[in-house]
Design a protein around this ligand. Sequence first.
Ligand code: S3P
Length: 439
Amino acid sequence: MLTITPSHRPFHTDVTVPGDKSISHRSIMFGALAEGDTRITGFLKSADCLSTMSCFRALGIDIEETEDEILVHGKGLHGLQAPSVTLDAGNSGTTTRLMAGILSAQTFPSTLTGDASIQKRPMGRVITPLTAMGADITSAAGNDCAPLKISGGKLHGIDWTSPVASAQVKSCILLAALCSGTEASVTEPSLSRDHTERMLNAFGVPVSTVLHPDGSATARIAADGVLRSPGAIDVPGDISSAAYFLAAALLVPGSEILVRNVGINPTRAGILTVLRRMGVEIIEENRDDSLEPKADLRVRYQRPEHPERDPHGDFVIGGDIIPALIDELPMIAVLCTQLPGRSIIRDAAELKVKESDRIAVMTENLKKMGADITATDDGFVIHGPTPLYGAEIDPHLDHRIAMSLAVAALGAEGDTVIRDHECVNISYPEFFDELFRLT
Ligand code: S3P
């Protein structure tokens, strides 16, 4: 339990957020499956990424850790060894779904599980396509959730159409195909984050992406690819973590923040588009267009009076941009409480199957803080601006809810108590130290 006192004075500071969670997971996975060693800098040492690391250690991969670097000794596509324990993905959906793809194509059996939240999250979305590829993978409880029992075997190719835009589903299938030496394609209704495709290309395995006129996208991996380590991977800062500090500067009058070294891959940077549509000026400095583009982001406090409105007068966030800001929607919902008029967040039903039901949990907690917010089947309707008041917050052990509402608390009247605040360790162990530096 932690008490947040509102910020009574503006802050002018800079912050360096930790490494990107999605890219950190993938750097361990690709490093392990590659020929050669991979030196990773900027790796996120949070609970989720440490779960991926411990799974690969259990699969016989030697991973060295120092203060600033991780060194993965890759064993190639066929180098993993049968684990002597049940693999534990902890709270991490990315670990569970990507590992399901890798493990389904091994020559040995394995069992993959995770914490209470993971054991409730839908795995049918990977079990079904993997089964169609010839995998033997079942949900031990028969409810399409983990624990997953996987026999292992050689899989065949597939052209899969996924009903949800999910980088985890897409990556699971691409990795299963990679480990089986077969071609495969995944079509999704909107383009989801493409870190897997970028990293496959960097490791020498051709992947193409085709964007269709209706907004859907197809990623295709070639057969018989071999992963060759490029030697080093530098993980940029996580835009999902940066979002909290950009928002903090917009909630505390007179503030200004510079968030350094933030990954701004267009398939992740939807929050920047939405902030600009709210009328917020974001200055990008020191842009670096490497494999994963990055920049320093500067935001000054401003009260958006004239967000871009649709013909009904609403500020609407929906459609193909949703996958590019799915993890930032809790923070965006808080910002919408301060926008004049009606804000509608739609096409985001995926929020219900994240670490918690983020539609229900954000609505419950923001209401306690005085917001005018209604949950819908696929998002929220929010009327603003409303003042926010301190309240007792239950994040339901969901790191992104805890961080979004801690930032809301900075701009509220009266103290806020965050229950189970340690859940931020999932993606950002130093979050509260950095947040308290602002107050
Ligand atoms: C992730 C993909 C997203 C995201 C999650 C990380 C990834 O999930 O919400 O935090 O690293 O691939 P989905 O792909 O299921 O939408």
